[in-house]
Design a protein around this ligand. Sequence first.
Ligand code: KIV
Length: 259
Amino acid sequence: MDARKITVETLREWKGCRPLGALTAYDYPGARLLDEAGVPVILVGDSLGMVVLGHPDTTQVTMEDMVHHLRAVVRARTHALVGADLPYMAYETPAQAVRNARRLVEAGAEYVKAEGGREILPQVRAILAEGIPFMGHLGMLPQHVLEEGGKYRIKGRDDAGRRILLEDAVALEDAGAFACVLELVTPPVAAEIRSACARMLTIGIGSGPDCDGQILVTHDLVGAFPWFTPRFVTPRVRTGESIRLAAQEWLASLALRKA
Ligand code: KIV
C-alpha cells in the first residue's frame, strides 16, 4: 500500500502527537481538491442535505443520497481516509445499522459515523463486530434538531450534561470507536473528554481547541454556502461571492450579435 495512505491505524498513532484535520466532501472535485491539499480525513457528512441538496436540516437525507455522493468522493480519493454518515433513521436497530454500514463500505467508505452515545451502543457494537471502523458523534446531534425544537444547542453546560457526555464518550471508546466528533460541546468538557479517552481521538467542531483534531463543513470554510455560516467558522475564502461575480461579469460581457 502507498505509505502516504491514511488509515485508521495512522490516526490512532497521531493521538497526542499531531493534530488531525478533517473536512467534508460531497462530490468528485470537492474531494479531489481536499485530497490534493493533503487533508487526511474526509467525511461525506449528511450535512450534504443542507449545503448541497437544499433541505432545512439533515433529517431528509437518505441512504441513496449518501451512497450516490460517497461514490463520487471515493473516485477522487488517493491518500485521505474517506468515511460517511449513516443518515437519520438508518440505524434504528443493530441489524439495520449493519446492513446500511455495509452498503456504505461497499460504496467505498473506510469508516462510518453515526450520532449518539449509549442509546446506540448495540448498533455501534454490531457495526464494529463486522470489522467496520466506527466514528462517534456526541454533543449537538443535528439529526435530533427537530426533537430539540429546531435549535442547535450547545451541550455540556451543566453538570448533568457534562456527565452524560463523558459517560457516552467513554462507552464509545470502550466499544472500540476510533474517533468521535464533539459538536458544540463546551470547551472545558471537550478537554475533559479528550483527557478521559486515551485511545479514541476527539474531533471538535465548535467545541474549542482542546480536541485531538478539528472538523468543518467545507462549504463553511470556503464560503460556498453564504446564506448561513456558523459563528465558530471564519471562511478562508468567499467562493459564493466569487461565483456570483464571475456569473455577473460573464453576463455583462455578452454582446448582442445581429443576425
Ligand atoms: O454531517 C456532517 O458534515 C458532520 C460534521 C459537521 C461533523 O457530521
